[in-house]
Design a protein around this ligand. Structure first.
Ligand code: FEO
Length: 395
């Protein structure tokens, strides 16, 4: 399958309808994904990125239907991660001398992955590659989200090839943002940002300002996953700027796990207390062992306050909550408040451990945590409700 974007640019990627997990098992992809590769045929012919390794042979066969591979003058590797570089080994068997343009860090990553000494050409921000009537302008995008990441901008057509940035894990045979369900599109875009780009928000803001400062028209943004932004393409840039500024909505998210329902009852009582404060917060409760972890992270991203709950087990916390804390620590959320709660029968360390984890993850403690002994009785339920009310009133 290929798709003409215009007379000179053809999408030659792969739509992966079946994908349900990405980065190993780390990222859920409920709506599949795509690996977008673009072929530009001006006086010179350029291939931008490839596809994930399992589709390498299919990609090459497909590409051969579009062009004699020997006519490809340049390959651009905007990013070395396997989902975009995975077909390079197969491709380079066919055209071993073709230059691969990438950043200095890109060479390190590609050599690290494939142990090949291909014909690499290092590019830096502002370097230009003439294709004839158009030029590709390179823009390093260090740590968005790998050290090697890079964008390139095509003059004439005014297209930004942004690689992972502005992408979504979203399989669709419809290529453009104006053709798909907007709620699905934005759900996947914010999930992508929350789970992948959050730690790099300062760099996102800086890079966007740098690109906007170039004062070039942008008629389309072509990311390496999901749909292409052609209708008001800067809408996603505006969203990224919003998300990069320690985004939050009027939402409180309660994430817990439970063994015999005591911690669940505490969670629900806390939610009732929050509601009784009458401040109109959207309150969402998730059992971490029954809910997709990346979906929970997306809700944490949207929250002003996060409450974590676990019973005590073997002097510790339940493993789903330990995993949740580990994710939250890595994503380095900013400007969010948090507190902990949990039931116990004897030693009762869970609230202390959750609180420590929240502090290590950079959350501001909104209150001391609340513990409930055994199955919460009426007094304990009232304590939880009062805790919820007090904490909602404080933010
Ligand atoms: Fe889509 Fe960072 O790879």
């Amino acid at each position: 399958m290929s798709y003409k974007i215009n007379d000179t640019i053809t999408w030659v990627g792969k739509i992966d309808w079946e994908l349900r997990k990405f980065h190993g098992e780390e990222y859920s992809t409920h709506r599949g994904s795509s690996y977008n590769s673009y072929l530009i045929q001006d006086e010179k012919t350029v291939l931008i990125d490839t596809v994930w390794k399992p589709f390498a042979k299919e990609f090459i066969e497909n590409l051969k239907k579009e062009i004699d591979l020997k006519k490809i003058d340049y390959i651009i590797a905007n990013h070395a991660e396997i989902d975009h570089s995975g077909a390079l080994p197969e491709l380079m068997k066919e055209i071993p001398d073709t230059p691969i343009y990438c950043t200095a860090n890109g060479i390190k990553s590609l050599k690290g992955h494939y142990h090949q000494d291909w014909n690499f050409v290092t590019v830096k921000t502002g370097d230009r590659l003439s294709l004839g009537s158009r030029e590709l302008v390179f823009i390093e995008a260090r740590l968005l989200h790998w050290p090697d990441s890079m964008f390139c901008y095509l003059t004439g057509d005014n297209i930004l090839f942004s690689n992972d940035a502005f992408g979504q894990h979203y399989a669709s045979e419809r290529m453009y943002n104006d053709q798909v369900d907007q709620a699905e599109l934005y759900q996947e875009a914010i999930k992508y940002y929350a789970n992948i780009l959050t730690p790099f928000s300062r760099l996102v803001e800086h890079k966007i300002n740098e690109v906007v400062g170039m004062n070039v028209p942008v008629s389309m943004i072509c990311p390496s996953h999901g749909i292409i932004w052609r209708d008001n393409p800067l809408q996603i840039v505006g969203k990224y700027l919003e998300w990069a500024k320690d985004y939050q909505e009027d939402q409180i998210t309660i994430v817990y796990d439970t063994m015999w329902d005591s911690t669940r009852k505490m969670a629900e009582a806390i939610a009732e207390g929050i509601k009784s404060a009458g401040k109109g917060f959207q309150i969402k409760l998730y059992n971490a062992s029954k809910t997709d972890k990346n979906d929970i992270i997306t809700e944490v991203f949207k929250s002003k306050l996060v409450l974590l709950g676990s019973p005590t087990i073997n002097k510790g916390i339940l493993h789903s909550m330990a995993g949740m804390l580990e994710q939250m620590k890595g994503l380095a959320f900013k400007n969010k408040k948090a507190a902990a709660f949990g039931s116990y029968g004897w030693s009762g360390e869970s609230v202390k451990l959750l609180t420590q984890g929240l502090e290590e993850a950079g959350f501001e403690l909104a209150a001391d945590g609340v513990r409930g002994l055994w199955n919460p009785d009426e007094a304990s339920i009232h304590t939880c409700m009062a805790f919820g009310k007090r904490i909602a009133e404080s933010i």
